[in-house]
Design a protein around this ligand. Structure first.
Ligand code: IMP
Length: 190
């Protein structure tokens, strides 16, 4: 058993979304984006690091002349969530004025990160901003946000895999699994 397999067998309770289910849904989203953005050259903005796997599979199915750029944001822990404190860690490389933007997220939980991002990008005068997220934990939303493309609505569980991590681990799983977060915290942080 590899080191990753033994971590998975100990801490991943269940597979929530299989590799096949992910890829099928991503194809459906790509098809919609291809239709909706005909004649446009959108910039896909990946929110680091969680969105990289989704962005990579999604863009390979787009039949549009897209650009890709990345932004990194740090949201402060649960204690600070009520304040919506968010910090920009890495900015985009290119200007976005008069361009159609598609924000690509791994998961939208409270909506605080996305809310910050939308305001930040809006101030740069793009032509449009559209939100595309693989996962939506809508039951936990604190700030309403408009989502145009949504892969899966999921319950209030902590998920890992396909870009999503716990303490930087599990991102490279090809599926989305439910983490036994209590056990992981107990074992790693006492
Ligand atoms: P929000 O600002 O509460 O919407 O938080 C979004 C960010 O929280 C995501 O980009 C993830 O980094 C993180 N996050 C929220 N839920 C999960 C989860 O179940 N697994 C892994 N990361 C999560």
């Amino acid at each position: 058993m590899s080191d990753l397999e033994s971590l998975v067998s100990k801490y991943v309770k269940k597979i929530l979304i299989t590799e096949d289910e992910l890829q099928t849904r991503i194809s459906e989203i790509a098809e919609k984006i291809n239709e909706d953005f005909q004649g446009s050259e959108p910039i896909l903005i990946g929110v680091l690091k969680g969105s990289v796997y989704f962005l990579s599979d999604l863009t390979r199915q787009l039949e549009l002349p897209v650009s890709v750029d990345f932004i990194a944001i740090q949201s402060y822990g649960p204690a600070a969530q009520g304040t919506g404190a968010v910090k920009l860690l890495k900015d985009l490389d290119e200007p976005v004025e008069n361009r159609d933007l598609i924000i690509v997220e791994d998961i939208i939980d409270t909506g605080l990160t996305l809310n910050y991002l939308l305001k930040n990008l809006q101030s740069r005068n793009p032509s449009s901003i559209t939100v595309c997220t693989l996962l939506d934990k809508s039951v936990r939303r604190l700030v309403p946000v408009e989502i145009t493309y949504r892969g899966f609505d999921i319950p209030d569980v902590f998920v890992v895999g396909y870009g999503l991590d716990f303490d930087q681990k599990f991102r490279n799983l090809p599926y989305i699994g439910i983490l036994d977060i209590d056990r992981m915290i107990k074992d790693y942080y006492g």
